[in-house]
Design a protein around this ligand. Sequence first.
Ligand code: TPP
Length: 1280
Amino acid sequence: MNQCRLRSLARIRRSLALGLRGTDYHVPARQALRTIQTTSQRRGVHDLDSFANGCSAAYIEGLYNKWKRNPNSVDESWSELFSGNDGSTAKRRPLQVAHSRKYRRPPVERIAVKARSGERTASGGASAAPAAPPSDWKNIDDHHVIQAIIRAYQSRGHLAADLDPLGIVGPKKRTSVDGSQRHAAREVLRQHFSYIFNDLNTVFKLPSSTMIGGDQEFLTLKEILDRLERIYCGHIGVEYMQITSLTKTNWIRDRFEKPGGLDLTKEEKKLILERLTRSTGFENFLAKKFSSEKRFGLEGCDIMIPAIKEVVDRATNYGVESILIGMAHRGRLNVLANICRKPISDILSQFHGLQATDSGSGDVKYHLGVFQERLNRQTNRMVRITVVANPSHLEHVNPVLLGKARAEMFQRGDTCGSTVMPIIIHGDASFSGQGVVYESMHLSDLPNYTTYGTIHIVSNNQVGFTTDPRFSRSSRYCTDVAKVVNAPILHVNADDPEACIQCARIAIDYRTRFKKDVVIDIVGYRRNGHNEADEPMFTQPLMYQRIKKLKPCLQLYADKLIKEGVVTDSEFKSMVSNYEKICEEAWAKSKTIKTIKYSSWIDSPWPGFFEGRDRLKLCPTGISTDTLKTIGQIFSTPPPSEHKFETHKGILRILAQRTQMVQDKVADWSLGEAFAFGSLLKEGIHVRLSGQDVERGTFSHRHHVLHHQSEDKVVYNSLDHLYPDQAPYSVSNSSLSECAVLGFEHGYSMASPNALVMWEGQFGDFCNTAQCIIDTFIASGETKWVRQSGVVMLLPHSMEGMGPEHSSGRIERFLQMSDDDPDVYPDTCDADFVARQLMNVNWIVTNLSTPANLFHCLRRQVKMGFRKPLINFSPKSLLRHPLARSPFKDFNECSCFQRIIPDKGPAGKQPDCVEKLVFCTGKVYYDLVKERDDHEQVETVALVRVEQVRRLLPQLLLFTITMIPRILQLCPFPYDLISQQLELYSKAELLWAQEEHKNMGGWSYVQPRFDTALLKKENESRCVSYHGRPPSASPATGNKVQHYSEYKALITSIFGELTPENKKRIEDRIKKQQAKAKADAQSKPSTKPPASPPKGSSPPPGKGESGGKKRSDSSPSASIAPTGPAPRKPLISLPSRPPRGGKQRSGSAPPPDLVDDASAARKMEPDAPAHDGSSPSAWKRSGSAPAPGVAPTASASRSPSRNPPSPAHDGISPSTRQESSSKKKSGSAPAPTRTPRGPFRTAPSNTEFIKRRPAKDSGSRNETQSTPGESELDPTKPQP
Ligand SMILES: Cc1ncc(C[n+]2csc(CCOP(=O)(O)OP(=O)(O)O)c2C)c(N)n1
């Protein structure tokens, strides 16, 4: 089939699908279409060319309607088609007939053709075909043509509409066959036009698919064409035939087509003029007073203000009490002044460059938010108008606004958007260009995200900065994206104020009636450059030549109304001068304003929340054991039996495990989370959790929404049934968009402080597609706009061998954006230190490792006297880790959030005996604990420490212990608790262990803060050394073998190699476990689930959910354990301890006299490049030397086989070594002093220096380098 035919078929398919989609239409229509297609595939092109055009859907529809009334009233071939009798012979006939008839063929001829065709059929159809009833076939066919013409205007009329005030774009008027000038000549009517009859006065009966006749059933052809032309090809181009709902298309058709439906009264016209005077007057005034200031004026689209005003008026009339507006820069000040009625003097004061009296960084005037509550004089009703503060990033305010609107609806108990309405104002280039527009639009019909219709207004000035539309989009209209949600799109010429107002009216009526999105595309121009200082003639010379000649819309409309006698010239002049006077008075007033307050531009005030509250009071977060039991029991109970809810067997097992936990008074992650949610719900706090797959949980651990196994859409959520008077709980799987959904939840959290609003990333890695929301709203929103939000981001994060994009939530980025000063040791003696620290930081960053801490942390979010975003890196394997459970006592009234969890092992009683203090955060803690056990450090490490322990107490030679406190709240940094630990273990070597790469994870954040804490201590010479993966461009390897080898390198760098004794012990232990498991299995063949699981369901209890998942897949520690599948030899070799040379001590602080001067000098070399991935200055600060025992370079980790890594015995990268030796050669070794960095900086000795000493690397490299071929080694056996 050629392209033309394909297009024809596509068109007819669409027409049929759209036009005939009524309840009982579509079956035969589809069949008809299928028949047509089948036939067309068999036939030549000519069969269809004239038949399958864009307008024949109307024709077919007409026939179909007729057939429905009386099957004999249409040709037999159509009858066969519609009745579904599409036998092989019948299939071809309708086409032949329809085509050959070409609408106009006289009946006699047509019947003849039919007969001929019948003769040709094998079935002898000619003799069987009934004779056509006597009728005026010419007349019928002519009516079909009229119907097709009407349909053509309805669906394609907008293509010929006169939308561009500049007259550059759009079809020109052409002379039609009737001699009149018509826009629609080519674009719309195409070949129909050639069938226009010679006699324009012929009267036709109007089909039911049009309302142009009003009460009249008959119109002359001329009148039909004139009316259609006026409605569809005038200053409004309405795109609505794409809407799949017949009710909606009929409604729109009705509104536009009904005669007189678009007429305005004199008063209405006068009101438009008044509003236009204000809109234009405001821009003129600003232009006069601040000619060179950027204000992003609306000139050229001035009518947008009266149009919005119309929407507001009408909406308030319909009962809307709160209107939320999201918009960018263009016309924003005008909206504030003339829609919100923000005092003009306040707006003008923003131009005066005044000092703000409150804290924060502020924002430019055309980004500020506004919240105004006022009486709408037109409707005499109170209305709240909010313009949400927004960043420069175009369109990204959209989801935020929608979330805020949705939350307001929730607060008001508005379940259909009747009291709250969002309006979004777009630019043409950004509407079509920014993906977030599409992503946000897709929320419009989702049950938990819908705002029951948003009014979109495009201020379409036909240029984006300096870029013409033809270079900025591929679609015909900038609004085409709205078609994905079936929104009607009303394009309107900005220089026709009345048409604009009509569109505004229809839009708000449509939204009120159908609760769906609608778009008004106001096509205007931009009188100035992108901003007022820009020269547009550089880039759009011809456009601007025209613009210069064009009278402003206000003038054009005033002339029109004066001509019509609606206003007099003097009335108009006084309108203009009155508004000028208002502006002048405001100007004078603005000059008396001496300071500004950022808080007077807040868009989301929380009245009553801050007043009378001690913001620094941290309320307890623990709850009673009774509450725990109640929540636990309900959360672990299947739906009540009376509901006959069929629950999946696997879920029943999970619930049984939960019951067991409740009985045992311990909680795993999901139970801990449920305790937090349930207890808040009990206290009347609304909880909302949204994100991809959150109902079940990406890792299948949550299971809040249970699905009936044999009834569709029947679900049960036990957290909805905790207490009779509990607050509502909303957990919702979202669309697959991080940007829109996170923005939405952020907006939701802005509406009220009394809600816990959470967004969970599927994996933390994907949150960067919402980076703009994170950067411009969550990180900096409070600073810029004094607006608080307690939104929670839950970002699954941990290195579990799942590859580069399933491992890291990018802790480092969030920490890097935290605004606590790394160099200032805070006043930890302050009684309110903890709360003050939280209040003063821009967000809280946590990496929690116990369910109890998650519980307290989430509850703290709403217990604080202020709101802060919480970024929590949540676990993956820990969700089921047997050690990652919390006893009930950790949730009770005596418990609280723990910012750090000190190691509570036996060594705590003898802190002086502790040799190593390893700080860490997150999941790696559990790995370290296991490895510490496996390494039996007490006996083995002492020897390694020979050199180090010289400065320790003698008994340490025999008693060496590693302490592992966990830092759970990374930001704000818990200085007080860290300092306590440093004090307590004053002789221990300090280590920071992380599983992330060196340029990632928490290291770059904690290192300077550790330094600050250490420098605060007198006579402190220690610093913290780094133990983790080397720097890398990629967050994680995708190669399991490499992952494990990196992991092992990290472990070895802290604990050294497993000794033969260690390995023997581990082997014995495993054998014992295996034997026990075997014995258990023999004694009780299966742990009984409540009922036998169906195929493919969850694993049996005993193994639990985790039992079903191979540990080796997710847990490095599991995989390197001897029980795991035989791991391959790591590609990166591990350092052995003790290191060669005797003096070296990986990661230990040598006494100052042992510091290698030369390596220290290298470290201090100011110009030394940062081979380890840190910046040179960070490198200088020490503590940032390459990790001992880890792969030395990023390149090595990228391609180990081609670029084999050097051994990590000394933790020095080859490049660093090279660097060192070259520096040595050049003899440029300065004294080993540290550069003071902050107020507390002195020059302590550097534990890193000795680790960086070059080893005999060539030998060791050969010794330890392994190739994949050699890698099938038992990890329990000693490594070479
Ligand atoms: C996401 C984003 N990209 C680029 C810019 C820079 N920028 C500011 S305005 C503008 C042109 C916008 O054109 P349009 O959407 O048509 O609005 P107009 O300014 O013409 O009203 C651009 C590219 C921005 N602010 N945000």
